[in-house]
Design a protein around this ligand. Structure first.
Ligand code: SAM
Length: 387
C-alpha cells in the first residue's frame, strides 16, 4: 500500500471513529443479482406436498428489511420458546465456557441475527483484547446493520474495528475467499469463530456447512457452536418440536415474510404447516411449509416477473430446523474435524412432555477427541502453532 493509500484508510477510520453518525463500513462479498436469481430458481421446484420441491433456503428467509424486522419480532415473542430461551439463558451458558477462551482473541460471528449474543461475547473478549476486530458475517445487509448496532452499542469497540461482511457462508468458494480475508486482517492472532442460535440446523447439508466453517479454524483459534438439543428421539417428540414452532404467530409471520416480499402471493398464516420427523439417530427435524389449500391452482409471480403455477396442495418449504440428539453431538463435531474443549447444556421444559429439549453451547478446538484441552492463546495448540 502506498503512503497516500495508507493515509486514506487512516483518515476513513478516523472519520468513522470520531463521527456521531452511525456509519457502518460493510464489505459486500457477492453480487446480489446472483442471489435473487438463485432464490427465483429455488421457487421453481417441482410440485410436492411434503416441502421437497419449491423452497426458500436458509439465508433467504432473513434477506431484506421485511424478514429482518419479522425476525426481530419473532425473537421477542414469548411464544417462540426456542429463541426466547436461547437468548434468555445465553448469559449463563456463556459465562460457563468463556473462561476457556484466552486473551488476545478477535471475533468472527457467522449469522449475527439481532446481535444480542455477540454483544455478550464481545464484552468479554474486549476485556482481554481492547483492540479486537469484530467481523459479523450475514447474507442480509439489513440484519448486519441491526445486529451489529445492537452488538456494539455502548461497548468500547471502535467503529473501524467493526467489519461487517455480507456473504452467503454456505458457499464453499465464498468461505475460501473469506478465510484469506480474515487471516490477512488478523495475522497470527487468535480468532473466536461462532455459529449461534441453532443456525446450523437450518441447512439441508448441516454437517457439510459446519465442516466448511470449521475449515477456517487454525490451531490457535476456537469455535463456539450453539445447537438446540433433545434427550431422546421419537415421533411423539418430533410432534412436540412442531408444536413449539406452531404456537407463535410472530414466528409464522417471520417464516412467511420472504415469500411475501419476493412473490405476489396473498399470504394467509393458516396456510403455514409444520412437518416433524425423526432424522436417523441424529436429530428431530421440523419442516415449515406453505401449502396451497385453496382447492384450486394459483399463479404466482416470481422476483424476475415470470408467472409460474402453484398447484392445489403444492408446498413451498419456508424453513428447516432440527433438534440434535445430545448423544449424537460428539459425532457431529468430530466429523467437522473438531473436539469439545468445554460444553454447557440448559434444559427447557416442554409443555405436556416428560422429555427435555434444551440448548447446548460448545466451545470447540481443531483436532481429535484425545488431544488435551486448550485454553486459547496460552494453549498447547498455540505453542505448536508458534514453534
Ligand atoms: C437463526 S439466526 C441466529 C442469529 C444469532 N446468531 C442468534 O443466535 O441469535 C440465523 C442468522 O444467520 C444468517 N444466515 C442464515 N443463513 C445464512 C447464510 N447462508 N449465509 C449468511 N448468513 C446466513 C441469518 O440472516 C441470521 O442472521
Amino acid at each position: 500500500m502506498t503512503a497516500s493509500e495508507g493515509r486514506l484508510v487512516g483518515d476513513l477510520a478516523k472519520a468513522i471513529d470520531e463521527s456521531d453518525f452511525a456509519w457502518s463500513l460493510v464489505l459486500v462479498g457477492e453480487d446480489q443479482r446472483d442471489k435473487l436469481a438463485a432464490l427465483t430458481s429455488d421457487l421453481l421446484g417441482k410440485p410436492s406436498t411434503t416441502g421437497d420441491g419449491k423452497q426458500i433456503t436458509s439465508g433467504y428467509a432473513y434477506w431484506g428489511i421485511g424478514p429482518t424486522i419479522a425476525w426481530a419480532h419473532a425473537c421477542a415473542d414469548p411464544f417462540y420458546l426456542v429463541m426466547k430461551q436461547s437468548l434468555d439463558s445465553f448469559t449463563r451458558r456463556w459465562s460457563r465456557v468463556r473462561g476457556k477462551v484466552g486473551s488476545g482473541f478477535h471475533h468472527v460471528s457467522f449469522g449475527v441475527g439481532t446481535g444480542h449474543k455477540d454483544r455478550l461475547v464481545l464484552d468479554h473478549l474486549l476485556d482481554h483484547n481492547p483492540d479486537l476486530l469484530y467481523v459479523p458475517v450475514d447474507m442480509s445487509s439489513e440484519m448486519l446493520r441491526l445486529g451489529t448496532q445492537q452488538a456494539t452499542h455502548g461497548l468500547r469497540v471502535r467503529g473501524h474495528r467493526v467489519v461487517p461482511v455480507q456473504l452467503d457462508f454456505s458457499i464453499p468458494e465464498n468461505l475460501a475467499e473469506f478465510r484469506d480475508l480474515v487471516h490477512r486482517m488478523v495475522g497470527d492472532e487468535p480468532v473466536l469463530y461462532s455459529l449461534l442460535g441453532n443456525t446450523m440446523a437450518n441447512f439441508d447439508h448441516d454437517a457439510e456447512l459446519l465442516a466448511g466453517l470449521t475449515g477456517l479454524v487454525r490451531p490457535q483459534d476456537l469455535f463456539l457452536l450453539e445447537v438446540a438439543t433433545t434427550d431422546a428421539l421419537s415421533d411423539e417428540l418430533a410432534q412436540d418440536a412442531v408444536e413449539e414452532y406452531a404456537r407463535s404467530r410472530a414466528y409464522r409471520e417471520f417464516a412467511t415474510s420472504a415469500l411475501m416480499h419476493n412473490t405476489d402471493l396473498t399470504i394467509t398464516l393458516d396456510a403455514v404447516r409444520f412437518r416433524g420427523a425423526v432424522e436417523g439417530d441424529r436429530a428431530l427435524k421440523v419442516k415449515v411449509v406453505y401449502q396451497n389449500g385453496t382447492g384450486g391452482d394459483i399463479m404466482m409471480m416470481l422476483p424476475d416477473r415470470t408467472r409460474v403455477p402453484f398447484p392445489d396442495q403444492d408446498t413451498i418449504r419456508l424453513y428447516l430446523t432440527r433438534k440434535y440428539a445430545r448423544k449424537a453431538l460428539d459425532g457431529v463435531v468430530g466429523a467437522a474435524g473438531m473436539r469439545k474443549v468445554v460444553g454447557t447444556h440448559s434444559d427447557f421444559p416442554v409443555p405436556r412432555s416428560a422429555q427435555g429439549f434444551g440448548m447446548d453451547l460448545l466451545l470447540l478446538a481443531p483436532g481429535g477427541p484425545d488431544e488435551p484441552a486448550t485454553s486459547g492463546s496460552g494453549s498447547r495448540a498455540r505453542d505448536i502453532w508458534e514453534h
